[in-house]
Write a protein that binds this ligand. Structure first.
Ligand code: PYC
Length: 413
């Protein structure tokens, strides 16, 4: 038992200090209202206050802080995307993650351990080569790996996958990392609050007010507030918010499920992904295998997790890593992935003046947390999209200027 725990138990009422002050009543007016108290919303609020001096900011969270997709992902960070737009954007995120523990003064357990995306066919190898070349052209450390290297890096791997899907090679991405997801949200929350940001949990947005095509306020289940700008960073609840403005997006919501096993001694110190087997797996600092699959096959606005998911995942994982067959699954869960047709996010200004979207993250929102917060804050402050996010505007769908990122998905969809 830790000394702090013992001291608290015996002190009869001495509590650890709160991470951030409890927000009182809502103020009648804020400069910016951020809807969504996950990593993205909190990071945006933090950078608004710290980098742009915009401190009258309220973050509204319908549930508890970081309880949406921030807490429901598999903690992977990487920048080995397919398009130059995606690579530049996620590379900035990786760079920000590397120094985030110091910046937020909290140990995020950022652990850079390399990331193998396995290819089970010549066609898949071609995509890996393509990604490696785009990555390296933009200064990102990715390269092809052969079977011998994979066998050495992934103890116990069956490179023939039970004879069904032999591994031809892989894309190796050195900066691939894992990081404690809840700590990212809590770190941003504490730092934002220290700069004056108010964080209101258990506060549901029920309406948005506009006048003359401009956002003027937010209606909540705790009363209405006026504001100069709104950022919506609500992942699976995006359609519920955009419907309030009659704003059309091509987003569809699919559950994305994941699970962890009981902890075992460290044996896997890299991240392994197979798009063909629909599996990604890493080992956490606690020793658990953290695993996931593709999104569920049908649109659904729910976070229920299913036996069928674990059964299917285990079936495919055991082709790859037969030695983990005796491990028991401890927990499983689901997030709501807001998928776009081109697998790239929707970010920035919208046809409603002052209303900004940070959405469409599909299966890779967590890894974008720092860069999305930073670029969204800059966009709100400047009144125009930050250069890194201009390719991701909502208007790209009407203009047929898609950013085809499907080839960089960890798992097939
Ligand atoms: O894109 O790295 C990824 C990822 C992992 C799990 C879901 N998406």
């Amino acid at each position: 038992m830790s000394w702090t725990l013992l001291k608290q138990g015996l002190s009869g009422g001495e509590h650890a200090p709160r991470f951030f002050p409890e927000a009182g009543p809502l103020a009648p007016h804020y400069d910016v209202v951020v809807i969504g108290g996950g990593g993205h919303g909190l990071a945006c609020a933090y950078y608004l206050a710290r980098e742009h001096g915009i401190r009258r900011v309220a973050v509204l969270e319908q549930g508890y802080l970081g309880g949406g997709n921030t807490a429901r992902n598999t903690t992977i960070v990487r920048s080995n995307y397919l398009t130059p737009e995606g690579v530049r954007f996620y590379d900035t995120s990786v760079r920000m993650f590397r120094t985030l523990s110091e910046e937020l003064d909290i140990n995020l357990f950022y652990s850079e351990r390399g990331h193998y995306t396995l290819a089970h066919s010549d066609e898949a190898m071609r995509i890996m080569r393509w990604r490696a070349e785009v990555n390296r052209h933009l200064g990102v450390d990715s390269r092809l790996a052969d079977r011998d290297e994979i066998a050495e890096a992934v103890p116990g791997i069956d490179l023939d996958c039970g004879g069904r899907h032999p591994v031809h090679g892989a894309l190796f991405h050195g900066p691939g990392a894992v990081v404690r997801h809840d700590a990212v949200a809590w770190g941003y929350a504490r730092a934002a609050a220290a700069h004056g940001v108010e964080i209101h949990q258990q506060t549901r947005v029920t309406g948005l007010r506009t006048a003359g095509g401009r956002i003027t306020g937010v209606v909540t289940d705790r009363g209405a507030i006026a504001c100069g700008a709104v950022v919506s960073a609500v992942a699976g609840s995006t359609p519920a918010i955009t419907d309030m403005l009659g704003l059309d997006t091509p987003i569809e919501i699919y559950p994305l499920q994941a699970c962890v096993t009981e902890p075992v001694k460290p044996f896997l110190d890299t991240i392994v992904v197979s798009g063909s087997l629909h599996v990604y797996v890493s080992q956490s600092a606690r020793g658990e295998l953290v695993m996931g699959a593709a999104v569920d096959p049908a649109v659904l606005h729910a976070t229920r997790s299913t036996f069928g998911f674990v059964e299917g995942l285990a079936d495919r994982l055991l082709d790859l890593l037969p030695r983990v067959g005796r491990l028991r699954v401890l927990r499983q869960w689901a997030g709501m992935a807001d998928m776009t047709p081109d697998f790239a996010p929707i970010m920035g200004t919208t046809p409603v003046d002052g209303f900004h979207l940070d959405a469409g993250w599909g299966t890779w929102g967590f890894k974008a947390t720092p860069v999305s917060g930073w670029t969204m804050a800059a966009t709100v402050a400047a009144g125009r999209n930050h250069a890194l996010i201009t390719p991701f505007g909502l208007d790209r769908f009407g203009a047929f200027a898609l950013v085809g990122e499907k080839g960089a998905a960890s798992v097939g969809h």
